[in-house]
Design a protein around this ligand. Structure first.
Ligand SMILES: Cc1cc2nc3c(=O)[nH]c(=O)nc-3n(C[C@H](O)[C@H](O)[C@H](O)COP(=O)(O)O)c2cc1C
Length: 395
């Protein structure tokens, strides 16, 4: 058995000179035991023959919605529904634009739109084309749609220049495909609460106290837990985006609301990861009417509850965050003991390219056995590192 055994994979081939590489990619995927369906655009047929793919896959190749010989002409979304993974390799500038905008004039785009499977896109084109504003903004859309962009790699292009534009080599693409199916399911049967975003403490109907938390780290953790098999309850304050699927979402405003929701849910869970930036203080007396600016010279505050510290169920694994601008490790160690946590994720919010709003984070994992100082990495990658450590505390 391999990771790809009996998986339904769809390989979409578009009209690039790199299409010859996708013949080899098809052969690698089939050798791993997957059931491979190939869809070609009209232009792709100018570069490689259908017979190469049908010979390798032992399946009819799909080249149009209206051709009589494939099941696509009977049910144009059938392949999409069965797909475990869709790979677009090579992906031309034209097809990338169509995928980004959902222009489904080609079966490739129709299939992607109708499928819930992960999508890998491997661009191949001239370097200047790839760097153009149009292609870059379409690539960003694909990123935002959670598609995985593989490459392009730097090297000699058909035009003779040495630039980024080469399709990822088939062996490397196979590795990336394997990675998708080899994800650990080590959190199966585990129920987890993840908090994210910023709480809002109202002053009056117009004004509030909050912070710069974007919610991105919490989303990355909730997604990683979901992908590793956990049932996730996602309690979130205000966030820059709210695009997460496959979790139970509970929106809240204030720290008190967040605490109430967590305490309602906590006993049904094995784990809580508090990445939300909870306001330390709330307004003592919330005003029902807008305060006149002449009277707004000072506001009395009172301390918000320390939510993690209030969870005293010893069976629950607790992971907290310490966003600090000085004495990072010292403060994180204090939090570890005052909140009785298993793990504190400490991050220095003053580091460039890390922390609030960024897609990257540099963190140190502080636990009773010591500290793991991690390099700057994507929040999605850090989420998995946090889980790799957290799983050790779960019975
Ligand atoms: C020899 C040749 C090579 C091409 N290579 C590429 C390429 O690598 N990337 C690309 O985006 N377009 C390339 N094109 C242009 C595409 O084939 C063209 O934009 C086509 O409309 C793409 O259609 P499709 O995306 O539906 O396959 C090439 C065209 C020719 C004639």
């Amino acid at each position: 058995m391999t990771y790809l055994s009996n998986k339904n994979i769809v390989l979409c081939v578009t009209g690039s000179i790199a299409a010859y590489k996708s013949v080899y990619l098809a052969s690698l995927i089939v050798k791993e035991g997957a059931n491979l369906r190939v869809i070609m655009t009209e232009s792709a047929k100018e570069f490689v023959g259908e017979s190469s793919f049908s010979g390798i896959t032992h399946n009819e190749v799909i080249t149009g919605y209206y051709e009589g010989k494939t099941e696509l002409s009977i049910d144009h979304v059938s392949i999409a529904k069965e797909a475990d993974l869709i790979v677009v390799a090579p992906a031309t500038a034209n097809s990338i634009a169509k995928i980004a905008l959902g222009i489904s004039s080609e079966p490739i785009v129709g299939t992607i739109l109708a499928s819930k499977a992960p999508v890998i896109v491997a661009p191949a084109m001239d370097g200047d084309m790839f760097n153009s504003k149009q292609v870059q903004s379409n690539i960003k859309i694909l990123h935002d749609l959670d598609m995985i962009i593989s490459g392009p790699e730097k090297g000699r292009l058909a035009s003779g220049i040495n630039e980024y534009g080469r399709m990822t080599e088939p062996d490397k693409l196979l590795e990336e495909i394997n990675k998708i199916f080899s994800k650990k399911k080590d959190f199966e049967n585990i129920r987890a609460i993840v908090t994210a975003g910023a709480t809002i403490e109202s002053i009056d109907p117009v004004r509030f106290i909050s912070n710069w938390s974007s919610g991105k780290m919490g989303i990355a953790i909730a997604e990683a837990l979901r992908d590793r098999g956990a049932k996730v309850t996602f309690v979130h304050g205000r966030m820059d985006e709210n695009s997460i699927n496959g979790v139970k979402k509970i929106p809240v405003l204030s720290a008190i609301e967040m605490k109430d929701q967590i305490l309602k849910e906590i006993d049904n869970n094995d784990l809580i990861i508090m990445s939300a930036a909870v306001a330390d203080y709330r307004v003592k007396q919330k005003f029902e009417q807008k305060i006149k600016k002449e009277k707004l010279s000072s506001i009395d505050l009172e301390k918000n509850p320390d939510i993690l510290a209030e969870i005293d169920n010893k069976k629950i694994v607790k992971v907290g965050f310490a966003a600090e601008s000085e004495n990072l490790i010292e403060n994180a160690k204090k939090k570890l003991s005052s909140k009785d946590c298993n793990l504190i994720v400490a991050n220095d919010i003053t580091l460039e390219g890390s922390g609030f709003g960024s897609d990257n984070n540099k963190a140190t994992l502080v636990h009773k056995e010591g500290c793991d100082d991690l390099p700057l990495m994507k929040k999605s990658e850090l989420a998995h590192k946090i889980l790799d450590r957290t799983i050790e505390y779960i019975d």
